[in-house]
Design a protein around this ligand. Structure first.
Ligand code: ISE
Length: 339
């Protein structure tokens, strides 16, 4: 079987990383087309990949007859149009989060895909492919810890880009714990509250950081998340499940532990999400390529997962402004046959 010919749309930090991953570490696929609104950047990436060319218009790249499947690493506001084009051309697509930037358009995408009767959209919630999250999920599924009751999470970044605002802490950062909660517990989140502690004096003016998210699932499980995106320290993602018969924690970041004179010990913290979740991205991409090649098209979070995450984040942003708990408004999955 010949290699899957992929178009990578958006070759900023994430897209360039995906193009490199597909070229050097993933089998059964090659990058045939790249696109970016910065055309010089797309030309430069294309020049470094054998048999790859830059296409200036993202919709032309999707429609290109030499493209079998699409990776979207473009800015969120462009996703709706690009996803609709992928559906129109029946091209499988791995879309970096967010699915779209608002709940209505996310639901529109879910419905349009369901109307086609074939799943073509996978959403890039990469934590579901991380060895530690997989181990935690398997442990919960075997039932050895008994009924899970509480999830405690920590999500810290050393720094964020200058345009990062308080709502992005919810939509861009917390969205991962929203998906992790749904993945681990197999149920929807029904309410969310965002609490703003005193802000980090080192955070940019106006950025509410840290934030504490408190969520409740349909069966009444409690989830709390400390989000702190300007720590200046490192990339820390910890997740602890407390269950009826014990607890389990991942993300302790304990690699090599050094002990040396004069009586000190210590190790290293991963600097960023690409280092912490590099394995997860590789596994996600290999499994997606394999699924597309054998006709399953999707092997991971679906458009519905993207919609559900958007709905929780939407409620989270309302709570960020009001301070109180907010109910999550979502349609029922059964109301969309095929979703
Ligand atoms: C970023 O977009 C990510 O997806 C990272 O995983 C997350 O840690 C970071 O907070 C986000 O801004």
């Amino acid at each position: 079987m010949s290699d899957l010919r992929i178009a990578v749309l958006g070759v900023g930090i994430m897209g360039a990383d995906h193009a490199a991953r597909l070229t050097t570490r993933i089998s059964g696929a090659r990058v045939a087309v790249v696109n970016d609104y910065l055309t010089d950047k797309a030309d430069q990436i294309a020049a470094g990949i054998e048999g790859c060319r830059a296409v200036a218009d993202p919709l032309d790249a999707i429609a290109d007859p030499d493209v079998d499947a699409v990776v979207l690493a473009t800015p969120g506001p462009t996703h709706e149009k690009q996803l609709l084009a992928c559906l129109e051309h029946r091209k499988p697509v791995l879309c970096e989060k967010p699915l779209t930037t608002d709940v209505e358009s996310a639901l529109g995408i879910v419905k349009r895909e369901a109307d086609l009767g074939t799943r073509l959209i996978q959403v890039g919630f990469m934590r579901r492919f991380d060895h530690e999250y997989i181990a935690l999920k398997s442990m919960l599924d075997t039932g050895e810890l008994g009924r899970p009751l509480v999830l405690h999470c920590v999500h810290r970044n050393p720094a964020v880009p200058p345009n990062f605002d308080s709502a992005m802490v919810v939509r861009d950062s917390l969205v991962h714990e929203v998906d992790v909660t749904r993945f681990l517990f197999d149920e929807e989140i029904v309410s969310i509250q965002i609490i703003r502690p005193a802000a980090n004096p080192a955070a940019p003016q106006g950025l509410a950081d840290p934030q504490i998210a408190v969520m409740r699932t349909a069966s009444g499980k409690h989830v709390d998340v400390e989000l702190f995106v300007t720590t200046g320290v490192g990339y820390e993602v910890r997740t602890e499940v407390v269950a009826a018969n014990g607890s389990a924690m991942i993300g302790l970041d304990v690699g090599l532990v050094r002990k040396s004179a004069p009586g000190t010990w210590g190790g290293q913290i991963t600097p960023g999400f690409r280092e912490r979740f590099g394995q997860a991205y590789d596994t996600e991409f290999q499994r997606w390529v394999d699924a597309v090649r054998d006709g399953r098209m999707v092997d991971g979070p679906t458009a519905w997962d993207g919609y559900a995450a958007a709905a929780v984040c939407e409620a989270g942003v309302v709570s960020l402004n009001s301070g109180g708990p907010v109910e999550v408004a979502m349609v029922s999955r059964d109301s969309i046959p095929g979703a």
